[in-house]
Write a protein that binds this ligand. Sequence first.
Ligand SMILES: [Zn+2]
Length: 357
Amino acid sequence: MPAPTYEEIRLAPKVLLHDHLDGGLRPATIIELADAVGHPLPSTDAGELGGWFARAADSGSLERYLETFTHTVAVTQTAEALHRVAVECALDLAADGVVYAEVRFAPEQHLERDLALPGVVEAVLAGFAEGSRQAAVAGTPIRVGTLLTAMRHAARSMEIAELAVRYRDSGVVGFDIAGAEAGYPPTRHLDAFEYLQRENFHFTIHAGEAFGLPSIWQAIQWCGADRLGHGVRIVDDIDPVTGKLGRLAAYVRDKRIPLELCPSSNVQTGAAPSVAEHPIGLLRDLRFRVTVNTDNRLMSRTSMTREMALLVEAFGYGWGELQWFTVNAMKSAFIPFDERLTLINEVIKPAYVKLLG
Ligand SMILES: [Zn+2]
């Protein structure tokens, strides 16, 4: 069977669990929004600006990678701007063949002008709803769930966790912490995670990206994370020659804890030397609950289609593996079980049956 082509992958239903709203703005939109508020940019040409983001993110350091967000965050400080970027996010993902996405953002980063936390969340939720409506009209239906992120270096995680629970029936499906890992362990936000557990709510934690096993161990065994944002460093607990798992890696695999792997992003931040050498190959062979994600589409100049195409190229994957990643992701989503099952049985599997021939 010939390898899936880029265009075939684009048309296939895909599921995305780890995508940052402020990491996926269209360059042309950034320029328009920056112009409206007088925010200076490195370039006012959309093509050049897109290249600038990718180069800055390519530097190999997570800290510099995070620096690029000062621009996308600076231009999204009003309800109108947040609504617009959320609409465009839903439309861009739908046009890329994503049928279910969980998109995350940090409300506390959008308070520089006159918005308060509820206004930030409501603008984004309304934007995702409007974008999903337009995508359905265009014949590319998508469902978008929202994750609220707290910044791990800040001290608002409890407030953001409460905000997530408050909007749980309006489209917020989970919680996350993000930002530079080193020096800011997940246990710093333990009260927020314990609160969420008492509320029977779902959360993922950025862990095991720049930082190793202790971060993953804390996220799971102290904080109770449902999923791991990246979690790629779990390979540090696997013998590269024999494939023998240490106790933590075994626990992660036994419990089917989903790994939100983001190949291109990991290469940019230095967590993997190349896509071909990315631990996703090993983790898939060992049957961890692997999912494929974009992380920041603007900074990595990527999409779900591109991430999957890169894996096809690097590892020789076919439709069987692409279906497995997609079903893994759908099983691991934070929406109710019956709704996940409906998407698997009525949208994903019928499409892959045809692709598998
Ligand atoms: Zn991320």
